[in-house]
Design a protein around this ligand. Structure first.
Ligand SMILES: [Fe+2]
Length: 265
């Protein structure tokens, strides 16, 4: 099972770099489409658009319509739940009448659980007791498969960058961590929001953060030849070894899957 993760495309229509953000997003989808094998799914971990506007979502939907794999989206702090839900209603996986954008996808060897970590008061993450209950219900709905959890805000201390804590308080993050450990079957947590790559653990669950697809908003150092190339993550699941994450640079050729048949001299 192969999951392509994208994040933080921040589509905006009236900023100086609006065209570049659209180009970064479209080139990333084209690159994922060219992977062999094509991933089983694409997960967008939020901040799809920058101002939560319907016209921004229309642009994002048009780009994602070109994807060959099924697409699942999460809400980030820049997203608007109602407009996101309306824009992606055709996917059929977003409950139309829910306060939160959280769901499980059970069609694959690994269950996908997408969480809503939005705060009404800040750009940081929140996870209220109601969302804890919803998460426990999602986890308990199936008891055999491993679970990959997707969040916009990383629920662990990110040791690179100026701010380690991306939730409003350590207590909220701890509440989410305890819920994620509840089943013992969560095998990975994949997040965005920070705009730079990072790795860590949520309790004993391995966790990664991917950079922003929007190259103009990316944090951290990149060589000059990569400045205009989006970077995304491909998560490969093996039943014995769990997830391995490949970092893909858009426009730099075939993936590891099609180049590993080398001769061992
Ligand atoms: Fe964000």
């Amino acid at each position: 099972m192969i999951v392509a993760q994208i994040s933080d495309t921040h589509i905006a229509l009236d900023t100086p770099d609006a065209d570049q953000r659209i180009r970064d997003f479209a080139l990333t989808i084209a690159d994922i489409n060219a992977l062999d094998p094509v991933p089983d799914m694409i997960v967008h971990t939020g901040d799809i658009v920058h101002n939560g506007r319907q016209d921004e979502y229309a642009q994002a939907v048009a780009i994602l319509a070109k994807a060959r794999a099924p697409v699942y989206v999460l809400a980030g702090n820049k997203d608007n739940r109602a407009n996101l839900r309306a824009a992606f209603a055709a996917g059929g996986y977003l409950a139309p009448d829910s306060d939160f954008i959280d769901y499980a996808i059970d069609d694959y060897p690994v269950r996908l659980i997408a969480l809503d970590t939005l705060s009404s008061g800040s750009n940081k993450g929140d996870f209220c007791p109601e969302r804890v209950r919803r998460l426990i219900d999602l986890i308990d709905a199936e008891t055999a498969k491993p679970i990959a959890v997707f969040t916009h805000h990383p629920p662990f201390e990110v040791m690179v960058g100026p701010d380690r804590l991306h939730f409003e308080t350590p207590e909220i993050m701890s509440r989410l961590r305890q819920a994620l450990q509840h089943s013992g079957r969560a095998v990975a947590v994949f997040s965005g929001h920070v705009h730079r790559a990072a790795a860590g653990h949520v309790g004993n669950i391995p966790a990664t953060v991917m950079p922003s697809i929007a190259t103009t908003l990316r944090k951290g150092g990149y060589p000059a030849q990569m400045k205009m190339r989006p970077v995304y993550h491909v998560h490969w699941f093996d039943p014995v070894w769990g997830f391995a994450t490949e970092t893909r640079i858009v426009g730099t050729g075939p993936s590891a899957a099609s180049t590993c048949d080398f001769d061992a001299a």
